[in-house]
Design a binder for this molecule. Structure first.
Ligand SMILES: Cc1cc2nc3c(=O)[nH]c(=O)nc-3n(C[C@H](O)[C@H](O)[C@H](O)COP(=O)(O)OP(=O)(O)OC[C@H]3O[C@@H](n4cnc5c(N)ncnc54)[C@H](O)[C@@H]3O)c2cc1C
Length: 379
């Protein structure tokens, strides 16, 4: 049985109260208007949420990844879109916290903990799964790096304070692309948001292009060593981003469960509550079971990360399962509600759009399965 600590349950209560008061009332509106409530991000910073796993010496709460998952799940219960903004933020924070020099941590982490949005920019128009195929470049000119190129589908693209971004910086001795990671402040000259995408789901965070037009960076902006971009970006996605996305999908799963129970109790058909019908009970049972399975997989995976144990396979399993289950649960809950399921006064059709959109975010279900199978086959 999964048991969170008293302190973790207390945190959940605090987050839930914040979400009930600040996010639930506007969740529908931010979806309809396709906007991101950036002002809430600052309020969350005041509660210590934005740097939840960052050590106190850098302005964080000094907690862990389980606490991060709690914050994302609770946020995702009402707005998976805003929760994805948090996931992307945490990726930027994690990359700097894990691979940054002390100077970089001192400079960027306090601002990220206190209201500045972070992000991780990897994907390019040539394909997100093909990491080595990226074409953005970083060239050494004197001692500075000059970056050019275009990133796409980047969450927090239009509100980013600190961006961790990968670019091609040459070739290694075997002729393979050398990819490096950089830290760029959002307002650096030549670092510009481009097109803002109109997403089907996960509205509530911005996702769009980042255009790099001769962005000039000093040596202090290189994250890690030249050529460590794959380690940094794939490590961040694999051990942090996907755990966060699983937690956002878990929020959707809980939303489906709670909405299905509520509707089945309230809807009167044949003079009785809908919940009396066996097939309706089957839907509730499936929603409950899949929420529970997603919860166990997700908190087990982030718990391994907290315990500094290998967790890439477990995090991929959690992300794969929770995202796919959220799609199925949203579809089932729409079925349970009849026509009301597709009426946008109810949130469930949004849950379906949100759930489908979690599948490509931080790596597709195909890629998750390749990672999981690879882990098994290597044993
Ligand atoms: C809501 C959202 C938020 C996002 N936020 C960010 C962000 O903040 N930062 C960022 O860098 N990116 C972000 N992305 C991009 C995301 O990481 C990519 O969409 C994802 O990696 C897939 O890349 P792609 O869309 O280019 O699809 P492709 O890589 O072109 O894949 C197309 C299809 O081919 C399959 N495929 C690809 N490679 C293989 C393979 N080796 N074997 C089998 N099948 C394969 C895929 O599963 C998919 O079905 C976001 C995407 C979304 C939807």
């Amino acid at each position: 049985m999964l048991k969170l600590s008293e302190q973790q349950e207390l945190l959940r209560k605090v987050v839930r109260e914040f979400v009930d008061n600040e996010i639930a009332p506007i969740a529908q509106k931010i979806d309809e208007e396709d906007t991101c409530p950036v002002e809430l991000f600052e309020k969350m910073a005041q509660l210590g949420f934005n740097g939840v796993f960052v050590p106190a010496e850098y302005g964080g709460a000094g907690l862990g990844y389980t606490e991060m998952a709690i914050i994302i799940e609770e946020t995702g219960r009402y707005s998976a879109g805003f929760a994805m903004g948090l996931v992307a933020h945490y990726m930027g924070v994690y990359a700097i916290m894990t691979w940054g020099s002390d100077e970089q941590k001192q400079k960027y982490l306090p601002m990220l903990c206190s209201g500045s949005f972070g992000g991780l920019s990897v994907t390019e128009p040539g394909g997100g799964s093909d990491f080595a195929g990226q074409k953005s470049t970083g060239q050494l000119v004197d001692r500075d790096w000059v970056l050019n190129g275009r990133k796409c589908f980047i969450t927090n693209s239009h509100c980013m304070g600190v961006n961790v971004l990968t670019a091609r910086t040459g070739e290694d001795d075997k002729g393979r692309p050398q990819i490096s990671a950089f830290i760029i402040e959002g307002d650096a000259p030549g670092h510009n948001p481009g097109r803002k995408e109109k997403k089907a789901g996960l509205r509530g965070s911005y996702t769009g292009e980042i255009i790099l037009d001769n962005v000039r960076l000093g040596p202090g902006n290189l994250l890690g060593k030249p050529g460590e971009g794959a380690k940094i970006a794939l490590g961040t996605l694999g051990e942090m981003g996907r755990g966060g996305t699983a937690a956002a999908a878990l929020g959707i799963l809980r939303g489906c469960l709670e909405e299905s129970v509520k509707y089945a109790r309230e809807r009167i058909i044949y003079g009785k509550p809908l919940s009396r019908l066996t097939n309706i009970q089957f839907i509730i049972a499936q929603n409950r079971t899949e929420y529970e399975a997603g919860r166990l997989l997700t908190y087990n995976a982030v718990g391994l990360k907290d315990a500094v144990k290998p967790c890439a396979s477990e995090i991929s399993m959690a992300k794969f399962f929770a995202a796919e289950a959220a799609v199925n649960a949203a579809k089932r809950t729409i079925d349970l509600m009849g026509a009301y399921g597709v009426i946008t006064d109810y949130p469930v059709s949004r849950y379906l759009r949100d759930a489908v959109s979690t599948i490509p975010a931080c790596g597709t279900s195909h890629i998750m399965q390749i990672i999981i199978a690879g882990g098994e086959l290597r044993k």
